[in-house]
Design a protein around this ligand. Structure first.
Ligand code: UDP
Ligand code: MG
Length: 164
């Protein structure tokens, strides 16, 4: 089934210079790149993005991690959207397991991620978990104008296109 997926090169991936390589791995699939932007991650954006993990003990650290506070204040991340057949599964296979130590060696997280001496995951990229979550996330990180084709319904508000 045709799906969309949001990918974010997280601050650890950015400081280690993996953004280009990550994009290449996705370009090698049959998925199509339909949007990309460099985003400054605010506290609000990080909290909304990870809202479903609010009750986890690692939530606060995760928010600060995504804001770059653990990586030289690297608060600029690369976010992009790919679309195509089974985009979520294809993307998550490229990413590998959440814990870099359990991720396939050839996956992005397995080859470029690490678990710190304090036990935190530095897993290089975010990939949406399922198509519904992808839709919520893409609408959070991108405006309709920033996606090159119509992937979700929009309406006009004033002179602007907004997500329906
Ligand atoms: N995370 C963590 N410890 C955990 C589980 C998750 O630090 O035990 C972090 C990790 O950065 C992960 C993010 O929280 O990528 C989101 O967790 P999720 O379960 O959604 O994993 P993902 O979808 O990223 O594989
Ligand atoms: Mg997830």
């Amino acid at each position: 089934m045709k799906e969309n997926v949001l990918v974010i090169v997280k601050p650890d991936g950015m400081v280690h210079g993996h953004a280009g390589h990550v994009l290449t791995r996705f370009e090698e699939t049959d998925l199509k790149l339909v949007g990309a932007r460099v985003v400054r991650v605010t506290h609000d954006l990080a909290e909304t993005h990870y809202q479903h993990l609010k009750d986890k003990p690692f939530f606060d650290e995760l928010i600060h991690f995504l804001m770059g506070d653990l990586h030289n204040h690297q608060d600029l991340v690369l976010a992009y959207v790919f679309t195509g057949e089974n985009a979520v599964k294809v993307g998550r296979d490229i990413a590998g397991a959440t814990n870099p130590e359990q991720a396939d060696n050839k996956s992005i997280r397995g080859s470029m991620g690490r678990v710190t001496t304090k036990g935190s995951f530095e897993n290089v990229i975010h990939v949406s978990s399922d198509p519904l979550e992808a839709e919520r996330e893409i609408k959070l990180w991108f405006t309709p104008e920033e996606i090159a084709i119509d992937i979700f319904k929009t309406t006009i508000s004033g002179h602007r296109k907004v997500w329906s």
